[in-house]
Design a protein around this ligand. Structure first.
Ligand SMILES: [Zn+2]
Ligand SMILES: [Zn+2]
Ligand SMILES: [Zn+2]
Length: 280
């Protein structure tokens, strides 16, 4: 960040001395100005209006009539430029090609490294911490989480979407669901239930669940949020099949069908279509 030099107030030079003005020899005035000489050829009636015999003093332009002039030197603090560069963070003076002082730059670097390390430890999944003190943690998946985000033996909150003789199907979000084997369950479709993940069969895309009993007041809900990078529409192709992607764009058309609602979405790169299904 640039700032006016505090030593020279941004002028780039400082007064080191004063000396007698050479232009006027210290008198503050230059050659007396003889009115008479300026009225040659002017008719006598006009001349009569002026006191032509009086000498006129004209203030010296160099010293502004003071007779003394300042002796200036380039400001050594700013090398005569009138401005200095300071750290954007702490305001300390720095080299002109930098934005931050060494300490602030180091602090920022450390901060960046810390964040980077956190991201590497947990590249996509971000668990929002809530205050917990020995209470059971019940996870809730956001809409972007996938089967790979599940943790074995953890408890999740889900919704019953189908009831069969051999068990009930529980959805944890629109794309992650599992089967809880249980006979004579009293659960109905639409009930919220707590389940423990007992097995994750990634290849078969199956999740086994068991009933989990948590009691009111003895658990905390933790939302599992998935951070995924934005994908530009133009880069979507066959290789994107089966991936969860995040697209930022503008909905330019909405089409109601007997099945899903179709949204036409455009970003600055291309156009695509998205089908929205209502939650069961
Ligand atoms: Zn002068
Ligand atoms: Zn200066
Ligand atoms: Zn600084």
């Amino acid at each position: 960040m640039k700032k006016a030099c505090p030593k020279c107030n941004g002028t780039g030079s400082i007064v080191v001395d004063t000396k007698i003005c050479e232009n006027c020899d210290g008198t503050g005035y230059v050659d007396t100005f003889e009115m008479k000489n300026h009225f040659k050829g002017v008719n006598s009636n006009a001349r009569a209006k002026f006191d032509l015999d009086a000498d006129q003093d004209v203030p010296c332009e160099v010293c502004d009539g003071k007779g003394m002039v300042d002796v200036l030197e380039d400001c050594s603090y700013c090398n005569g430029t009138g401005e200095i560069t300071v750290c954007n963070d702490c305001g300390k003076r720095i080299d002109s090609d930098k934005n931050y002082c060494d300490e602030c730059a180091e602090k920022q670097e450390e901060e960046k490294m810390k964040k980077q390390a956190e991201r590497e430890k947990n590249p996509e999944k971000l668990v929002v911490e809530s205050d917990i003190s020995g209470k059971e943690i019940v996870y809730e998946l956001d809409g972007l989480c996938e089967m790979s985000d599940l943790e074995l033996n953890s408890i999740y909150r889900g919704k019953v979407t189908r009831v069969e003789r051999y068990g009930i199907f529980v959805s944890l979000n629109n794309q992650v669901w599992g089967l809880m084997r249980t006979r004579n369950s009293s659960n109905k479709v639409g009930d919220y239930v707590f389940v423990r993940i007992t097995q994750i069969k990634e290849r078969k895309r199956e999740v086994d669940m068991a009933p989990a009993s948590v009691f009111k007041g003895e658990y905390v809900i933790k939302k599992v949020k998935k951070n995924i990078q934005r994908t530009k529409i133009e880069t979507l192709d066959d290789s994107s099949m089966g991936n969860v992607v995040k697209v930022y764009g503008e909905v330019i058309q909405i089409q109601q069908t007997s099945g899903p609602t179709i949204f036409t979405i455009t970003d600055e790169t291309a156009i695509t279509w998205a089908a929205a299904f209502n939650e069961p």
